[in-house]
Structure formats: C-alpha cells, structure tokens
Design a protein around this ligand. Structure first.
Ligand SMILES: Nc1ncnc2c1ncn2[C@@H]1O[C@H](COP(=O)(O)OP(=O)(O)O)[C@@H](O)[C@H]1O
Ligand SMILES: [Mg+2]
Length: 244
C-alpha cells in the first residue's frame, strides 16, 4: 500500500525556491532516511508531509488523499494517523514526564496504557521528572514515546538523534525499528548520521539544490561504487571526504 506519493513538489519562501521538483514515494512498513546539508529543505519537506506547511506546485498524496483541496475535516482525519517529532522539541515546561504522556493520551484519545509506554520506553526512573530538566537524549526518548502513543500508521521525525551520544542514538533506533517491525509502521526521518542510514533505513533520499535523488535500497548506493553512504553524500553535495 502506498503511504505517500509526491510528484513535482515545489516550495518557495519569498524569492527563495527551496524545493524545485521533488518526486518521492513510500509504501507501508518502510523506513526512509532523508539527508542533505543544513538549509537543503529537509524540514520544509517533512513539514509539508506533516500537513503543517503549504506548498506551491506539484502533488502530495498521503494515504491516497491529495492534500490540495481537502476540507479541514478530511485533513483532521489524515492527521489522526500521523505522529510527528519536531525539531527542536517544545513541550510544556512545567509538566512531568508522566503528566505529559497523560496529556497527549487524552489529545490522541488513545487506548494505550501509560504504564506500558513507560515500561516499553524504560522511562520509569524519570516518571516524575520535569521534562525541561531532562538531558537532550531523555527529552528525545519522551518525544518518541509521545509520538508512539497514538499508534500511528506514519511517524515523521525531524533529526530525532541529533546531538545524542551513541548509546542514546542506539536506544532511540531500537524503539523506531521495533515499532516498524511489530506494527508495520512507516517511518520518515532526517538525520546527519550516515551510519544510521546504512544500518537502519530501507530507502534513502538526498535533497540537494532543491531536487532529490532517491534509492530504493541503501545498498544501491554502495553498488554504484561508493565505499560508504558518507562518501556518496560528500561527493553529491560537492565536498570531498577528508583523507584522514
Ligand atoms: N519559515 C521560513 N521562512 C523563510 N525561510 C525559511 C523558512 N523556513 C525555512 N526557510 C529557509 O528555507 C531553507 C530550507 O530550510 P529547512 O527546510 O529548515 O532546511 P533543513 O531542514 O534541510 O536544514 C533555508 O534556507 C531556510 O533558511
Ligand atoms: Mg531541519
């Protein structure tokens, strides 16, 4: 089943055209990594898929609905099946982890047991901690737990692992992959860590100068003669890989 189908997507901010014709599609159960330099338009692209940012030209279909021309009711219906983690995360400062989970559970009208989520994400030790007092890694863990609360069909994560130590990155990826395997959920995320693309993603998409290259499998990049995704990335964005 096609989850997202994007054709010829264009988006400008004033005179600055950020996306100049993006073609992209994804099927249920895939994990897709979106890469590109800072300012390439990754967040813009993700925000359009999250249905929180408009676009100028092209077509964007989510769950087979063309976003242009949808009524507010239809949009709300689509959003029920999408969870997002924005970059950076802005959560209510005065709330404790458990309170945040309860709040979002009520927003999502979710049947999920909060204690189960706390157990699954190993949040027990911070159940009563204020969100704003947590380290970056723990904040991301809580954000991810919230994203999973609604049992979405599609999760869109903007740089979920940026700035985290290798252990915490691994913890987050374990949850993402678990969700993907157990629920057949589709995951689209941006990352600057090429090792994550190589280890976890089915598909990879590079946004560069407003257009994209898309690979059905990350191995395709290696079979083109690149020694690593990193080498491919640096070659494409016009910067050489340092020798040492
Ligand atoms: N709301 C906005 N208004 C004007 N320009 C924006 C806005 N959001 C992003 N941009 C610009 O669009 C370009 C792409 O930004 P972004 O999508 O955040 O890229 P990335 O996530 O790849 O770093 C950047 O040059 C950025 O400055
Ligand atoms: Mg961004």
């Amino acid at each position: 089943m096609k989850i997202i189908d994007v054709k010829g997507l264009e988006k400008s901010y004033g005179n600055h055209q950020v996306l100049k014709g993006i073609d992209f599609e994804t099927h249920a159960g895939e994990v897709i990594g979106v890469i590109g330099k800072n300012g390439a338009g990754k967040s813009t692209f993700l925000e359009i898929l999250m249905t929180i940012r408009g676009y100028d030209n092209g077509s964007v279909k989510i769950f087979n609905n063309n976003l242009k021309g949808l009524s507010m009711e239809q949009l709300v219906d689509i959003r029920k099946d999408i969870s997002v983690v924005l970059q950076p995360t802005h959560f209510y400062k005065a709330l404790k982890v458990e309170e945040l989970l309860k709040l979002f559970k009520s927003y999502y009208q979710s049947d999920i047991d909060i204690n189960q989520i706390i157990a699954d994400f190993k949040l027990e030790q911070h159940r009563k901690s204020f969100f704003e007092k947590l380290s970056g890694g723990w904040k991301q863990k809580v954000s991810l737990a919230i994203a999973f609360l609604s049992e979405p069909k599609l999760i869109i994560l903007d740089e979920p692992t940026t700035g985290l130590d290798p252990h915490m990155r691994n913890v987050l990826w374990t949850y993402i992959m678990d969700y993907n395997k157990k629920r057949g959920g589709t995951v689209i995320l941006t990352t600057h860590y090429m090792d994550e693309i190589e280890m976890y993603c089915d598909k990879v998409m590079l946004i560069n100068n407003g257009v994209n290259e898309m690979f059905k499998r990350t191995e395709e990049i290696l079979s083109m003669g690149y020694r690593s995704i990193n080498e491919y990335y640096l070659t494409k964005i016009g910067e050489e890989e340092p020798i040492c």
